[in-house]
Design a protein around this ligand. Structure first.
Ligand SMILES: [Zn+2]
Ligand SMILES: [Zn+2]
Length: 660
C-alpha cells in the first residue's frame, strides 16, 4: 500500500494522489497510467508516501510503463522549470517524458536525417586563439565553470567545441550541444562525424520522424550516443555520463519557448551543468547582454576568438548606401546593382538579405490612403504572389487581392515596400542571365527543401541568393563574397528595448556570410540612417564596445539584465475583459508586493500587437533588482489571479520574457 503523487499534463499547480496496488513497482520518476476524470492519462510519479493510507475517493494506479524511471536529475530539472517559470508541474514534466511513452507523433515517419548535405572534412589544426580557448575549457573539466566564447563570425567556434567534446568523450563522458535551428543540425552533425570519426552522435529536434527521435533519445539515455546535438527540447534528454554542455549561438531567442512552458534552454543548460559540476560553453559572435553582463562581472569566464579562422580571410568591408535621392530602381541602389554585376562577372555569389517574406508588406490605395488590414489582428495584410493573395503573417487569415479600393473604388492599388518575392523578381529582371534562389519560410516548407537549396549554393548552381534570416546563421559558402542588406531601417525604431541588440546580432551574422575564405568580402547596407548605433556597431565590427554601451543604458533605465522581469499577458475577445482583469491583477500585485523587497509593478499596457487572431491583448510588467523576491512573489500573484478573469479570458505569466 501507499500513496503516489502523480503529476499529470494538465494546467493545475499540484500533483494528484493515487494508491499503489499490490505488486506494482512504483518509484519516484516512474511513468504511470492513471485515470483523471474518467480519462486515461500518462503521468509522472513525483513522490511516494508509503506510510499513508489512501482516502476513500483515491483511485489506483492502473499501469506502470515498462521503462526505467526518469532520472532524478531530469525530474528535478523539470520540477524546477515548473516552479521558476510558473508552469504547472505536470506540463513541465511532460518535457522529460521519453518519446517512447508518448503516442506516435503526427509527423510522418521517414528516413530521418537522410537529406544531410555533403561536406568535406574540416579537421585542420587549431589556431593559437582556438587552442587557448579549448585548453581553458579542458582545464575546467570537473568544475562548474561557465564560459562565454565570443568569436567573430567565421572564427571557428565549432572547432573549439569539437576539441573540448573530443576530450570529454575520450574520458568517458557525454556531450550535449544545443543549437538554435533545426536547419543547422544536419550540417553540424556532418562536421562532428568528420572531425570525430567513430564517436556516436545523434540529433534531437522536433523535425525528426517519431521513430528517429525515439531512437536518438534512447541512445542518449543508455549512454550509447556520446554526443547529442539538438534544439532546445534536447535540454531534457537524460545523459548519465554528461560531462560538457555547449550552447551555440547562445543569444538566439529560439532557446526560449514562447508558449505553454516558457523555459529558456540556455539558462537551464547553465543550471544543469552547475548541478552536475561540469563546464558549460556559451558561444556567440554577439553574446546576449545577459551573458555579456555576467562575464563583465567575472561570473562567467570570457574566451575570445577575435579573428577569422581561415588565415586567408579578412573581415568584410562595409559600405552604407543612401536610398533617398539615389537612382534606386526596384529597390536596388546603383552601387548594389554594380556590386552584384561584378560578382556575376567573377563567378562569385551574392546574398541579398531582406527580413520580410511575401511580395510587399502591404497594399495601399494612392487616392484615399486605405491599406489592407487583417480583420482579426492589428497588422497589415501582406501581398503574396503565385498565388496572388493577401495574407496575415500573424493568423491564418487569407483574402483574394482586391482589384479596387473597398473605401473609394479607386482601381490603382499599389503594393507598398519590398518582400523577398518582390526582390527576387527585381533581381531576375535586372540580371536575366543569373541563377537566382530564394530562401524563406514559404520556399522551405517541405522537408528537405532547405537542405536542397543549400546544396545548390554549395555546388555553385546559384549566383544570387535572396532570403530572410533563415540564411543568417552558420552557413559557410566560400564563393559568397557580397552581402546586400535591404530594408533593415524598418527595424531600427521599435518599442521593444531589445530591438537594437537583436538587430545588431542579426546584421553581424548576415554580414559575416561575406568572404569566409580567400576571397575578400563586401557588405552593402541600403539605409537612410547610417549614423544609427546599430550601423555604427556593424561598421566598426566592435561588438564589445556596442555591448558595453548598451549595458550602461540598461543600467540607467533599470532594464534587464540589470533587473529581473516577468510579464503577465492576457487576451480575450473583449477589450473590457482584458482591461478589467489587468486592473485587478495590478491591484493584487501592489498588495502582495508591499514590503516584498523592491518589486515594482507597472500599469497595464496593450501588447506590442494589440489584437491578434481576434483576441484583444494586454500586459503587465513586474520587475525587481533581484531574482529571489520576484520568485517569492510570482506564485502568490499567480494564485491570486486564479478565477478572476472569467472563462473567456486567457492569461499566462512569462518569466524572463524575450518578447514584449
Ligand atoms: Zn481608396
Ligand atoms: Zn491576422
Amino acid at each position: 500500500m501507499g500513496i503516489a503523487r502523480v503529476a499529470l499534463p494538465v494546467a493545475v499547480p499540484h500533483a494528484f494522489d493515487y494508491w499503489i496496488p499490490e505488486g506494482l513497482d512504483v518509484r519516484r520518476g516512474s511513468v504511470v497510467r492513471v485515470r483523471l476524470a474518467n480519462r486515461s492519462s500518462l503521468g509522472v510519479v513525483v513522490g511516494i508516501d508509503s506510510a499513508s493510507e489512501p482516502g476513500l475517493r483515491v483511485q489506483p494506479i492502473d499501469e506502470v510503463i515498462a521503462i526505467p524511471p526518469i532520472a532524478d536529475e531530469i525530474l528535478d530539472l523539470a520540477l524546477f522549470v515548473g516552479r521558476y517559470y510558473q508552469a504547472a508541474p505536470g506540463l513541465a514534466l511532460e518535457l522529460a517524458v521519453p518519446p517512447s511513452c508518448k503516442a506516435r507523433s503526427r509527423r510522418r515517419d521517414g528516413a530521418g536525417v537522410a537529406d544531410v548535405p555533403q561536406l568535406a572534412p574540416a579537421s585542420h589544426a587549431l589556431n593559437p586563439a582556438q587552442r587557448a580557448a579549448a585548453q581553458a575549457i579542458l582545464d575546467a573539466r570537473g568544475t562548474s565553470a561557465v564560459f562565454m566564447l565570443h568569436g567573430v563570425t567565421g572564427s571557428g567556434k565549432t572547432e573549439v567545441y569539437l576539441a573540448a567534446a573530443q576530450d570529454a568523450v575520450e574520458r568517458g563522458g557525454q556531450v550535449l550541444i544545443l543549437m538554435p535551428e533545426i536547419n543547422l543540425t544536419p550540417q553540424f552533425e556532418l562536421r562532428v562525424r568528420a572531425a570525430l570519426p567513430g564517436i556516436r552522435a545523434v540529433t534531437l529536434h522536433s523535425g525528426l520522424a517519431a521513430g528517429t527521435r525515439r531512437a536518438s533519445w534512447d541512445a542518449a539515455a543508455s549512454g550509447a550516443a556520446r554526443i547529442v546535438l539538438g534544439t532546445r527540447l534536447a535540454m531534457f534528454t537524460p545523459m548519465p555520463e554528461l560531462a560538457l554542455v555547449v550552447v551555440d549561438e547562445e543569444h538566439d531567442d529560439s532557446f526560449k519557448q514562447q508558449e505553454a512552458v516558457r523555459y529558456h534552454a540556455r539558462d537551464l543548460a547553465i543550471l544543469r551543468a552547475r548541478r552536475r559540476g561540469i563546464p558549460v560553453v556559451l558561444g556567440s559572435a554577439t553574446p546576449s547582454l545577459e551573458t555579456w553582463a555576467r562575464s563583465r562581472q567575472g561570473r562567467y569566464r570570457a574566451l575570445a576568438l577575435p579573428a577569422r579562422a581561415d588565415p586567408r580571410a579578412s573581415p568584410p568591408s562595409i559600405a552604407f548606401v543612401p536610398l533617398r535621392g539615389s537612382r534606386t530602381q526596384d529597390g536596388l541602389s546603383p552601387p548594389l546593382r554594380d556590386a552584384i554585376a561584378q560578382r556575376l562577372a567573377r563567378r562569385e555569389q551574392s546574398l541579398l538579405f531582406i527580413n520580410r517574406r511575401g511580395y510587399a508588406p502591404s497594399l495601399k490605395c494612392a487616392s484615399c490612403a486605405w491599406e489592407s488590414e487583417c480583420p482579426r489582428c492589428a497588422a497589415r495584410l501582406v501581398v503574396h504572389h503565385a498565388p496572388d493573395r493577401l495574407r496575415c503573417h500573424h493568423c491564418a487569415h487569407v483574402e483574394r487581392v482586391t482589384r479596387a479600393c473597398p473605401q473609394c473604388g479607386n482601381v490603382d492599388l499599389t503594393p507598398l515596400g519590398f518582400g523577398t518575392q518582390r526582390l527576387e523578381q527585381a533581381i531576375r529582371t535586372a540580371f536575366p542571365q543569373a541563377r537566382v534562389a530564394r530562401i524563406d519560410r514559404d520556399t522551405t516548407r517541405s522537408r528537405g527543401a532547405f537542405a536542397a537549396v543549400r546544396q545548390q549554393v554549395e555546388d555553385l548552381e546559384v549566383d544570387i541568393l535572396v532570403g530572410t534570416q533563415m540564411l543568417a546563421k552558420g552557413h559557410d559558402f566560400p564563393r559568397l563574397t557580397l552581402v546586400g542588406i535591404l530594408g533593415a531601417d524598418n527595424a531600427l525604431y521599435s518599442a521593444d528595448f531589445r530591438a537594437t541588440e537583436r538587430l545588431v546580432a542579426l546584421l553581424m551574422q548576415v554580414a559575416g556570410r561575406a568572404g569566409r575564405a580567400g576571397l575578400p568580402g563586401q557588405v552593402i547596407v541600403q539605409t537612410d540612417f547610417p549614423d544609427h548605433p546599430v550601423y555604427r556597431a556593424l561598421a566598426t565590427q566592435d561588438y564589445a564596445a556596442f555591448a558595453d554601451e548598451l549595458l550602461a543604458e540598461r543600467e540607467l533605465a533599470q532594464l534587464p539584465p540589470v533587473t529581473r522581469v516577468a510579464l503577465l499577458a492576457a487576451e480575450a475577445h473583449s477589450r473590457d475583459d482584458v482591461d478589467r482583469f489587468l486592473a485587478s491583477a495590478v491591484e493584487r500585485a501592489h498588495a502582495l508586493a508591499e514590503g516584498a523587497g523592491g518589486i515594482e509593478v507597472f500599469p497595464p499596457v496593450p501588447a506590442a500587437m494589440a489584437r491578434r487572431a481576434g483576441y484583444e491583448r494586454g500586459q503587465v510588467l513586474v520587475q525587481c533588482p533581484r531574482r529571489a523576491p520576484l520568485q517569492a512573489f510570482l506564485p502568490r500573484w499567480r494564485d491570486a489571479l486564479v478565477g478572476i478573469g472569467g472563462s473567456k479570458l486567457r492569461w499566462a505569466i512569462d518569466v524572463d520574457p524575450v518578447a514584449f
